[in-house]
Write a protein that binds this ligand. Structure first.
Ligand code: NAP
Length: 320
């Protein structure tokens, strides 16, 4: 495979929360690839028809099908050499079949599973973190079963665009409320966190596809910037020209809140666990892998730009 180049790319989940950024970035880079194909459910094809029509006019091919149907997936894999999965948490387990069929196919050579988040093999505690379990099962399946197809995990850490939003009722887990000029930080707010903005996730995936040899078999740790919550707060204060109120919550209090939410069966317990992991240093590395795929700071969003965007309404205003 020394001369492999990603040519015909198939995306699952490409209409989703992060998938949209990936699809849009691949369409921007489409001259580097022969074809970009999106596999989407009948439901999304209907509900997101306007978006799909726009993308089709920009060169996207669309296949409507059921990703749990072997026949649909086999047909979609025809001639495809590279598969990207950006399926949501509810669909992670279906990736085992997508991977099995990729390995059995005649054309698929490279698969990027749905990761785009927290480093699930960061330290000794990682194997026991509840939100990691399905992604760890996918990695186990890959290690034990994929012989021919190469795999790359794109590990982005938290999306800054989402992390800045304090979630109602979950404020103590961290975030910013511009309308109240109130910040919630964990501990003293001086712990560094490595972030990706959502548009940069798309750029990193496009860059990965252009660097196959450097990416095969790796979990690429990519980051837009590494900052502390207090640095984010200072940027909010600078851009709003005012001092903000700050609530500081000790990690132990977050851990107790997290345990309570899991006990109650609250689906947002995942959010608290991930925020606790990020506050514990779960996004920090001696060095990230940005340069492995040719990404430099000038290609990426800055803290200043990301806070400016958050103050203007954030990622929910993004169009594709
Ligand atoms: N780092 C972070 O801060 C962060 C935040 C959020 C998510 N993530 C990660 O990003 C990845 C994608 O998550 P997302 O939130 O972008 O996904 P999402 O919007 O919930 O779903 C993405 C797409 O997956 C497809 N899908 C197919 N079967 C599914 C099923 N049974 N359940 C859910 N989705 C299904 C759907 O596409 P079609 O209908 O088009 O087929 C859906 O639009 C995940 O691995 C997640 O853990 C990371």
């Amino acid at each position: 495979m020394s001369s492999f180049a990603a040519s015909k790319i198939l995306i699952f989940g490409g209409t989703g929360t992060i998938g949209r950024y990936i699809t849009a970035a691949l369409l921007r880079a489409k001259h580097s690839f022969q074809q970009v194909v999106l596999f989407t459910s009948p439901n999304s094809a209907k509900e997101k028809a306007q978006q799909l029509d726009k993308w089709k006019s920009e060169g996207l091919s669309v296949i409507v099908g059921d990703l749990t149907s072997e026949a649909d997936v086999k047909a979609a894999y025809t001639g495809v050499d590279t598969v990207i999965s950006a399926v949501g948490r509810g669909g992670l387990q279906h990736q085992i079949n997508l991977l099995r069929l990729a390995e059995a196919s005649e054309s698929v050579q490279w698969f990027l599973p749905s990761e785009f988040g927290t480093d699930i093999e960061h330290n000794d505690k990682s194997p026991n973190e509840r939100p990691h379990q399905l992604k760890l099962q996918v990695r186990k399946y890959i290690r034990e079963n994929l012989k021919r197809v190469k795999v790359t995990y794109v590990v982005t850490g938290p999306y800054f665009d989402m992390w800045v939003d304090a979630s109602p009722g979950f404020e103590i887990a961290g975030g910013f409320l511009p309308e109240k000029k109130h910040a919630y930080v964990i501990e003293d707010g001086n712990g560094k966190v490595g972030f990706c903005t959502m548009p940069d996730v798309g750029k990193f995936v496009a860059a990965t596809l252009k660097h196959p040899e450097a990416s095969f078999g790796k979990a690429l740790k990519v980051q837009s910037f590494v900052v502390t919550p207090n640095e984010v707060l200072a940027e909010y204060e600078r851009q709003t020209g005012s001092k903000w109120e700050v609530t500081k919550t000790p990690l132990d209090e977050i851990r107790a809140f997290e345990a309570k939410k899991w006990e109650e069966g609250d689906p947002r317990a995942t959010l608290v666990t991930l925020r606790r992991i990020w506050a514990e240093g779960g996004t920090l590395y001696a060095q990230n892998d940005n340069s492995v795929i040719g990404m430099q700071p000038e290609n990426l969003d800055s803290l200043e730009a990301a806070v400016k965007k958050a103050l203007a309404g954030g990622y929910k205003k993004d169009t594709f």
